[in-house]
Ligand binder design. Structure first.
Ligand code: NDP
Length: 253
């Protein structure tokens, strides 16, 4: 797939070590964007940088933890030093740790809140000024947040994960009132079942089996299918903001 309006842009993609983030980074780089890859696993990021460079693209590995203020601040410095200001931010890092509410797994709830909500906010704080400046200079500027269909559709045992994603969807919608008038687009993407590492962090054998059953019965999107939607939204002419996109496997209700 080839896209207009991505060549020459500078992107930061969180959660680029695997799954959807990795696929987004590959597609943006293939379309001519410089891509800063942010996640915790430096080895995975380095391997992706090599892959992108081998294909003639430009990429930078930025090992950082979105749950940590200092780490995100250091990441912002490194991105600025190497690439300068960014004009496309893909807030994709996330974790899904479902469990019945009465098990009270506060450690997991906290990790989801810290990553999926506070992490998204830290990245927005780090790069908002870049986006606003790009908008003011007449360039295309995008904030893309990866939420989930779980923001709307309740699944038993996924209450806290769903709540974190509902927060992302609401945040995206609300931020358009602050960013839109300054020519910064905000796009919220809600994928359904997608084949990635996300499900491998579920530590309940029962829930993990249930998930496997869903993947088998419904069939999943590939990470590249979701990345295609991200790239499509970011490649529209700058006066067009696709604000909300739900992307599901055809068989997922
Ligand atoms: P993956 O587990 O493959 O990717 C998650 C990415 O986030 C990894 O690269 C991981 O890298 C990174 N990450 C996790 N925690 C942190 C952290 N504290 N700091 C920095 N990076 C972090 O799953 P997906 O690709 O599926 O997930 C991407 C997004 O898509 C998530 O927000 C998820 O909620 C959402 N989503 C996924 C769906 C699915 O079915 N797969 C459906 C709907 C939404 P590292 O561990 O190296 O830090």
């Amino acid at each position: 797939m080839s896209y207009e309006n991505l060549s020459g842009r500078t992107a930061v993609v969180t959660g680029a070590a695997s799954g959807i983030g990795e696929a987004v980074a590959l597609q943006l780089a293939a379309a001519g964007a410089r891509v800063a890859l942010l996640a915790r696993r430096a080895d995975r990021l380095q391997a992706l940088v090599q892959r992108i460079r081998a294909g003639g693209g430009q990429a930078l590995a930025v090992a950082a933890d979105v749950t940590d203020d200092a780490s995100v601040e250091a990441a912002r410095h490194l991105v600025h030093e190497t690439f300068g200001a960014v004009d496309l931010v893909v807030n994709n890092a996330g974790v899904m740790l479902p469990n019945p509410i009465d098990e009270g797994r506060f450690d997991e709830w906290q990790r989801m809140l810290d990553t999926n909500v506070a992490g998204v906010l830290r990245i927005i704080r780090a790069f908002a000024a870049d986006l606003v400046a790009a908008g003011a200079e007449g360039r295309t500027a995008d904030l893309v947040n990866v939420s989930s269909i779980g923001a709307h559709v309740p699944f038993p045992n996924y209450a806290v994960y769903g709540a974190t994603k509902a927060a992302v969807t609401y945040l995206s919608q609300s931020l358009r009132t602050e960013f839109g008038p300054r020519d910064v687009r905000v796009t919220n993407i809600e994928p359904g079942l997608t084949e990635t590492e996300l499900k491998t962090h579920v530590d309940s054998a029962e829930l993990s089996g249930q998930l496997d059953g869903m993947f088998e019965a419904i069939g999943a999107l590939g990470a590249a299918d979701v990345a295609d939607v991200v790239a499509y939204a970011a490649s529209r002419p700058r006066h067009v903001n696709l604000r909300q996109m739900i992307v599901l496997p055809t068989r997922q209700a």
